[in-house]
Design a protein around this ligand. Structure first.
Ligand code: FAD
Ligand code: UDP
Length: 367
């Protein structure tokens, strides 16, 4: 311990990455301060209790992993209720089960077996003599024209504000493609929703750790740097370096929440609106994550929008321009000795929660 500093570690960002590292460092006997510019902890996992409905304030969050260490770790802090995420797609009033599986193919084409479904896809899929160069080629070669046009193109172009030809192929490979009747959106061994939402998980992680909210690191950067021997920064990396090479692009979101005096709105936690014209991408009905019998319901419409300074940067846009720009910032970050970096924003990666936890469990907390 270096007593020239009040803290051994300052954690900038009380999201899942910052909370897991803070927990480990605190447990190792380090003096830790966590700050966040928001008025709550938990980053994008944060939930709000609306009359016994746990509202996922920053979009639907389903925990899924095949990593037992990660699963056991989070289960120490909160009980997880088993949950199988099975969103639906609404294309101009037609309802299709997701992810793409025999139930989807049956609803689209009336096919009843894997062979019939494969034959139908084969008829209309794009045959490439090279690796798919973008999301459009990837989707057309994998599932063919009907699915691409009804379930992928409109949704993806709204979500990312870019044409499918400009987006990387791997984004669509996040979704399983199956030829049996199985509407589970994930392939992972473990899947669940924390009982009481994500706040108990974050509160458990931050128990005993000093936290200051409504505090932006950049408002008092020198003061904060002087307080701690090491600084873990989980915000946007380009901002850390004052945008010196130019700005990374992010996708932002606007959430429109509505409380309805009815027991049920859509009968499912998430319905995706996959046409281009509907301005939102999905409607979340939060009570379907954990139904405690409330007489009312709360829904959230999720509207994608381009990020500009002042908005929340929810998704990195990992296209060629941003990947090479990020690499320049990363070179600077890798050479730092006082500063550590991690999480979705500093790594500029489309991480899910289990990936963030796995990385935070490996981070150097021994300072
Ligand atoms: P964040 O949660 O973004 O936390 C970073 C924190 O740092 C924020 O609280 C921010 O306010 C703070 N911060 C940044 N800069 C500063 C600064 N200068 N000063 C002070 N504080 C600062 N994952 C899943 O596994 N399953 C899902 O179903 C799922 N759904 C998602 C849906 C949406 C709409 C989104 C956006 C993400 C979803 N995720 C999901 C991903 C999940 O949210 C992330 O993997 C995880 O929350 C990342 O944690 P983090 O700590 O890296 O980042
Ligand atoms: N996607 C789609 N149609 C859907 C759902 C997803 O085309 O109904 C595509 C879209 O490009 C999206 C990607 O698949 O960005 C990944 O979807 P996921 O549900 O993993 O997105 P997230 O929940 O992370 O926003």
């Amino acid at each position: 311990m270096n007593f020239a500093f009040k803290y051994d570690l300052l954690v900038v960002g009380a999201g899942l990455y910052g909370a897991v590292v803070a927990h480990r460092a605190h447990k190792a006997g380090k003096r830790v301060l966590v700050i966040d510019r928001r008025s709550h902890t938990g980053g994008n996992c944060y939930c709000e209790n609306n009359g016994n409905i746990f509202v996922h304030k920053y979009g639907a969050h389903i925990f899924h992993t095949s990593n037992k260490e990660v699963w056991d770790f989070v289960n120490q802090f909160v009980e997880f209720k088993p949950f199988i995420h099975s969103p639906l797609a609404n294309y101009k009033g037609e309802i299709y089960p997701l992810p793409f599986n025999l139930n989807t193919f049956d609803a689209l084409w009336g096919v009843k077996s894997a062979e019939e479904a494969k034959a139908k896809i084969e008829e209309q899929r794009l045959h490439l003599d090279h690796e798919p160069a973008n999301l459009e080629e990837q989707a057309l070669s994998l599932v063919g024209k009907d699915i691409f046009e009804k379930l992928i193109k409109g949704y993806t172009e709204k979500q990312w504000g870019r044409s499918c030809e400009e987006l990387p192929a791997w984004i669509i490979r996040r979704l399983p493609l199956r030829f049996e009747r199985n509407n589970n959106y994930f392939n992972d061994t473990y899947q669940g929703i924390p009982v009481g939402g994500y706040n108990p998980l974050i509160e458990g992680l931050l128990k005993g750790v000093e936290v200051q909210l409504d505090t932006d690191y950049f408002d008092h950067r020198e003061k904060f740097d002087a307080m701690a021997e090491r600084v873990l920064y989980t915000g946007e990396l380009d901002r850390f370096y004052n945008y010196r090479f130019g700005k990374l692009e992010y996708r932002s979101l606007r959430f429109e929440e509505e409380q309805l005096q009815q027991k049920d709105f859509q009968g499912a936690a998430v319905v995706n609106y996959t046409d281009r014209e509907t301005p939102f991408t999905r409607i979340i009905e939060h009570k379907h994550f954990e139904d405690r019998g409330a007489e009312h319901t709360v829904i959230t419409r999720e509207y994608p929008m381009e990020w500009s300074e002042g908005a929340e940067p929810y998704y990195p846009i990992n296209n060629e321009r941003n990947t090479s720009l990020y690499a320049k910032y990363r070179t600077l970050a890798d050479a730092e000795t006082k500063y550590l970096f991690g999480g979705r924003l500093a790594d500029y990666k489309y991480y899910d929660m289990h990936q963030v936890v796995a990385l935070a469990l490996k981070a150097d907390c021994e300072i």
